[in-house]
Design a protein around this ligand. Structure first.
Ligand SMILES: *[C@@H]1O[C@H](CO)[C@@H](O)[C@H](O)[C@H]1NC(C)=O
Ligand SMILES: *[C@@H]1O[C@H](CO)[C@@H](O)[C@H](O)[C@H]1NC(C)=O
Ligand SMILES: *[C@@H]1O[C@H](CO)[C@@H](O)[C@H](O)[C@H]1NC(C)=O
Ligand SMILES: *[C@@H]1O[C@H](CO)[C@@H](O)[C@H](O)[C@H]1NC(C)=O
Ligand SMILES: *[C@@H]1O[C@H](CO)[C@@H](O)[C@H](O)[C@H]1NC(C)=O
Length: 524
C-alpha cells in the first residue's frame, strides 16, 4: 500500500483535519468533509472508509468516483462514549492510488442530562441486563421527553413500573430534578458481543437532534458470577447528603453452588461501606440475588480519586474469573451558608408587631448556584411569608446574594414552629430551617402521680413529709437560663435534682433513677 504524503497527495481534504472540540457524552455531532481531486487528467475511485474507534462513525461517500478537478464528500459523526480526549485516524482506500489517512479529534464532556452509555455489561445467555434510564433536567423549565426508541433486536424499552401507556406525565421532568423514565432490557440467546442504541428526543432547545446512548453487552456461555449492573452509579451527591445506598445483585450461571466470600472496594475507600454477609449462590439460577448493599458517604470523599473505583467480588471457585464492578459518584463539595439568627423568631405574648428579615445566602460550591424557587412549608404559612423573591437568583461561587425577605407575623396561638423552607436549586434541594419560639418553659409531674399539671400532696398528718417530682422542659430552639426559684408559703422546699438533655419520653423512662437521686448543689 502506498501512502501519499505532503505535496504528492493527489487528494485534498477540506477541512485538512477535523476537530469536534467539546461534545457531551451521548450527544452526536455531525460534520461534512470534502474530498477534492486536484489532478487534471486522473479520476480517483474510492473503495472504503473506516474508523478504528467507536467514538467516530463515517458515512459512505456521496460519489465513489471523483472526476479530475471534481469533489465528493462524506459525513463524520462524533458520539463521545467517555469523558476525555479521543482521536482517531480514518483510512480512506482508493482503487489505484493507495490508502489516505484523515485525522479526527474530539473531547467528551459530561452529559448535561446525566445520561451515560451502558458499556461493559456481561450477562449469561438467556439472562437479561435491564438498567433504568434516569434523566436529569438541568433547565429551569420542565423537560418533556418526546420520543424514545431502541435500535431493536434484543434491546427493548419498558416503562419502569411495567405500566402501560400514558407516558406524557411520566416523561415530564420538573426543573433540576432527576427521574427514571424508562427501563432498557437486553436479553439474548446468542453468545456474542452485541451493540445496540437507545435514541432519546426531548423538547429542550439544546438537543434538537437526539441523544444516543450505546448499549454494549457481552453475552457469554462461560459459567461464572454475574452482576445485574455494569456500573454502580451513585449519581450526584453533596457532602452534607445522607449516604446513598445501592444494592449489588449477583447470579451464578455455573453448575455448582458457589460461596461468595468477600465484597470489597478496590482500592480501599473511606467513602464506601459494604454491608455483606457471606452467602452461597445456587447453581444455574435464573434470578439475581441481593448479595450486598454498598453505600457512598460523600462527606468522607476528601479526594477526587475517591469518586470512582471498583467493587471486587470474590467467590470460592477457582475456575471462575473474579468479578469487578466499577462504581462512580459525582461529589459536590460545598454548602449554602446563612445567618442562623436570621431565621429564628421569638413569639412575644403581647406585641403583635411583624418582623422582617433579609435572607442572604453564601455559596461555597465551586460553581454558581441558581435558586430557582423558595417553598414555605404549610405549617409555617400562618406566621410566615416569603417576599421579594424574584426568581431565579444566581449566586456566583464564593459569593453572597440577597435572596428574599422573610416576613413574620406572630399569631396568638403561641405554638412553636420548627420546620424548613425548601430551596429548589440547580444543586438539588436545600433545607433552610425556620423556627418560631415562645420562650416559655413547660412542666409536668412525674409518675406515679397521675395528675400532670398540679403539684397535689393530698392529705398529710401533721408530722408527715412527702415529695413530688416534677420536670421542667425547654422546647425552645435557644438555651434558657433559670436564674433562681421562689416559693410562696410555708412548709415547702424545692431542690434541683439534675439538668439533662432530653424530652418527655426520656424523662419518664428515667424517673426511677430520679426518685433516688440526691439534691444537686446548683442553685441556678
Ligand atoms: C464541488 O464541485 C461542484 C461542481 O462539481 C462545485 O459546484 C462545488 O462548489 C464544489 N464544492 C466544494 C466544496 O468545493
Ligand atoms: C484497498 O483496496 C484495494 C482494492 O479493492 C485492496 O486490494 C486493498 O487490500 C485495500 N487495502 C486496504 C488497506 O484496505
Ligand atoms: C436459552 O433459551 C432457549 C429457549 O428458551 C433454549 O433453547 C436454550 O437452551 C437456552 N440456552 C441456555 C444456555 O440456557
Ligand atoms: C417542554 O415541555 C414542557 C412540558 O410540556 C414545557 O413546560 C416546557 O416549557 C417545554 N420546553 C420548551 C423549551 O419548549
Ligand atoms: C467479546 O469481547 C471481549 C472483550 O473485548 C472478548 O474477550 C470476547 O472474546 C468477545 N466475545 C466474542 C464472542 O466475540
Amino acid at each position: 500500500v502506498s501512502l501519499y504524503r505532503g505535496n504528492c497527495r493527489p487528494l485534498r481534504f477540506e477541512p485538512p483535519m477535523l476537530d469536534f472540540h467539546e461534545q457531551p457524552v451521548g450527544m452526536p455531532k455531525m460534520e461534512k468533509v470534502y474530498l477534492h481531486n486536484p489532478s487534471s487528467e486522473e479520476t480517483i475511485t474510492l473503495v472504503s472508509i473506516s474508523a478504528t474507534t467507536s467514538h467516530f462513525h463515517a458515512s459512505f461517500f456521496q460519489n465513489r468516483k471523483i472526476l479530475p478537478g471534481g469533489n465528493t464528500s462524506f459525513d463524520v459523526v462524533f458520539l463521545a462514549r467517555v469523558v476525555g480526549n479521543v482521536e482517531n485516524t480514518l483510512f480512506i482506500n482508493t482503487s489505484n492510488h493507495g490508502v489516505f489517512t484523515y485525522q479526527v479529534f474530539g473531547i467528551g464532556v459530561p452529559n448535561p442530562y446525566r445520561l451515560r452509555p451502558f458499556i461493559g455489561a456481561r450477562v449469561p445467555v438467556n439472562s437479561s441486563f435491564s438498567p433504568i434510564i434516569n434523566i436529569h433536567n438541568p433547565h429551569s423549565e420542565p423537560l418533556q421527553v418526546v420520543e424514545m426508541y431502541s435500535s431493536g433486536g434484543d434491546l427493548h424499552l419498558e416503562l419502569p413500573t411495567g405500566q402501560q401507556g400514558g407516558t406524557r406525565k411520566l416523561w415530564e421532568i420538573p426543573p433540576y430534578e432527576t427521574k427514571g423514565v424508562m427501563r432498557a432490557s437486553f436479553s439474548s440467546r446468542e453468545a456474542d458481543n452485541h451493540t445496540a442504541f437507545i435514541r432519546i428526543k426531548t423538547n429542550a432547545s439544546d438537543n434538537t437532534e437526539f441523544i444516543i446512548l450505546p448499549v454494549e453487552v457481552e453475552v457469554t456461555t462461560a459459567p461464572g458470577i454475574y452482576s445485574s449492573t455494569e456500573m454502580l452509579d451513585f449519581g450526584t451527591l453533596r457532602t452534607q447528603d445522607l449516604p446513598k445506598i445501592l444494592n449489588l445483585h449477583l447470579l451464578n450461571s455455573g453448575t455448582k453452588d458457589v460461596p461468595i466470600t468477600s465484597v470489597r472496594p478496590t482500592p480501599q475507600n473511606e467513602a464506601i461501606t459494604v454491608h455483606f454477609k457471606p452467602v452461597t449462590l445456587k447453581a444455574s439460577e435464573s434470578k439475581y440475588t441481593k448479595v450486598a448493599s454498598i453505600s457512598f458517604d460523600a462527606s468522607k470523599a476528601k479526594k477526587a480519586s475517591q469518586s470512582s473505583g471498583k467493587i471486587t467480588v470474590k467467590a470460592k471457585e477457582k475456575s471462575y474469573s473474579k468479578l469487578e464492578i466499577p462504581y462512580q459518584a459525582e461529589v459536590l463539595d460545598g454548602y449554602l451558608g446563612f445567618d442562623h439568627a436570621a431565621t429564628l423568631f421569638h413569639i412575644r405574648d403581647s406585641a403583635a408587631d411583624s418582623v422582617e428579615r433579609l435572607i442572604y445566602l453564601t455559596n461555597t460550591f465551586s460553581f454558581a448556584v441558581l435558586i430557582h424557587d423558595v417553598v414555605l412549608p404549610e405549617e409555617a404559612k400562618p406566621m410566615f411569608k416569603v417576599q421579594n423573591f424574584s426568581k431565579p437568583v444566581l449566586i456566583p461561587p464564593n459569593d453572597s446574594r440577597y435572596i428574599f425577605t422573610l416576613h413574620f407575623m406572630p399569631s396568638t396561638s403561641s405554638v412553636h414552629i420548627d420546620n424548613n423552607i425548601l430551596l429548589i436549586t440547580n444543586a438539588s434541594k436545600f433545607h433552610l430551617p425556620v423556627r418560631a419560639y415562645t420562650g416559655f418553659l413547660d412542666y409536668f409531674v412525674l409518675p406515679p402521680k397521675t395528675e400532670e399539671r398540679f403539684i397535689d400532696f393530698g392529705i398529710l398528718s401533721a408530722t408527715e413529709a412527702t415529695s413530688i417530682l416534677f420536670a421542667v422542659i425547654n422546647s425552645n430552639p435557644i438555651e434558657l437560663a433559670i436564674k433562681s426559684w421562689h416559693i410562696i408559703g410555708d412548709g415547702l422546699a424545692i431542690e434541683l435534682l439534675t439538668t439533662e438533655k432530653g424530652n418527655r419520653t426520656t424523662i419518664i423512662a428515667n424517673h426511677h433513677e430520679l426518685q433516688n437521686a440526691s439534691a444537686s448543689d446548683q442553685s441556678s
